[in-house]
Design a protein around this ligand. Structure first.
Ligand SMILES: *[C@@H]1O[C@H](CO)[C@@H](O)[C@H](O)[C@H]1NC(C)=O
Ligand SMILES: *[C@@H]1O[C@H](CO)[C@@H](O)[C@H](O)[C@H]1NC(C)=O
Ligand SMILES: *[C@@H]1O[C@H](CO)[C@@H](O)[C@H](O)[C@H]1NC(C)=O
Length: 295
């Protein structure tokens, strides 16, 4: 926080912290809840309670248990509904690349941005539900692709196995409301290799501008330097010739952007800016007053 932050913005941050912070206090039972990032609700011990849960229109909701475990089994104590009928819950097994068969379902996803939860039975031990705003993650984008929540519970990555130039893959990703991948760290890169191997080249959004001599992730407009890099030995070596796009294959290579390779698209919850979000955060924080910070 800079010194220019006024007392007012500090107050607003305090008000937001219960929906947007990392330390999440469970909510009291029942009511309307707008999930800006993530939130936690708790099963009641006495009466039943019903929650109306909503997040940004372009997103879906991800539900998991705070202390982990089998989400399907925990549904003995609550049910999740959309406005009309019992909602179809996306099955994470179809989405998480590499999840072995028989592994417990620990996170489930709604197919819309709005649901109702009804707690119907008092659990023997405390039951806390974590609710996160997530992007939709389809099984694939077409026959020649495969998608998965490979890095975390809320993002989605799709490998597309149709060979195109880097520019046409950029268009393909954005046509599917995603972005051609930018490699931010070693974990992200290795997770992609674990999911889809190191045998073929995948295009990323890395591009080189010969005039300025600057490498940029064109999806995010961030420069590569300073930052994580993983150039293969003697790479990049095409910057004076015709290579000016970044492809990965167990390391980074600069190759002519027109080369025909496969590609990885990515989508994260924060990629979509919803201008109504801030309004919701403040208007739903009825119970929070400035004095509660002193408790
Ligand atoms: C995209 O693909 C079309 C046809 O396959 C090709 O003519 C065009 O040059 C490609 N554009 C880019 C930017 O790669
Ligand atoms: C490279 O950078 C120059 C100077 O900023 C800019 O005018 C040019 O459009 C850039 N080229 C590409 C291919 O983005
Ligand atoms: C760059 O290095 C790769 C091996 O990493 C090699 O296949 C390629 O021919 C080299 N390109 C140039 C222009 O030297």
């Amino acid at each position: 926080m800079t010194t220019r932050c006024s007392a007012l913005s500090f107050l607003i941050l305090s008000l937001l912290s219960s929906t947007y912070g990392s330390a999440i206090e469970p909510r009291a039972c029942g009511g309307f809840l707008y999930v800006g990032d993530e939130d936690v609700i708790e099963a009641p011990f006495q009466e039943n309670c019903e929650w109306q849960i909503q997040t940004d229109e372009k997103h879906v909701l991800a539900f998991s248990l705070v202390h982990g475990g089998d989400f399907a089994a925990a549904q003995e104590f609550f049910s999740i509904h959309d406005g009309l009928d019992v909602i179809q819950l996306e099955n994470q097994i179809h989405h998480k690349v590499g999840l072995t068969s028989g592994e417990l379902i620990t996170t489930v996803y709604t197919s819309s941005s709005e649901v109702e939860i009804r707690f119907k039975k008092t659990p023997a031990s405390p039951l806390k539900l974590k609710i996160q705003k997530a992007v939709d993650c389809p099984f694939n984008l077409g026959s020649e692709s495969q998608c998965g929540r490979i890095t975390d519970e809320t993002s989605c990555y799709c490998a597309t196995f149709t060979k195109r130039g880097q520019g046409n893959h950029t268009t393909y990703c954005s046509d599917n409301n995603m972005k051609l991948v930018s490699i931010e760290d070693n974990n992200e890169e290795n997770t992609i290799y674990l999911a889809w191997g190191t045998l073929v080249n995948f295009w990323t959004s890395g591009t080189y501008n010969k005039t300025t001599g600057i490498w940029t992730w064109s999806s995010t407009m961030a420069n590569l330097y300073p930052g994580y890099t993983d150039w293969a030995p003697f790479e990049p070596n095409n910057t004076l010739v015709d290579g000016n796009c970044l492809t990965i294959k167990n390391g980074w290579y600069d190759d002519p952007c027109a080369n025909l390779y496969d590609a990885i698209c990515e989508s994260h919850p924060e990629d979509f800016i919803d201008t109504t979000t801030e309004l919701y955060y403040t208007s739903t924080e009825d119970g929070v007053s400035p004095t509660s910070d002193a408790l």
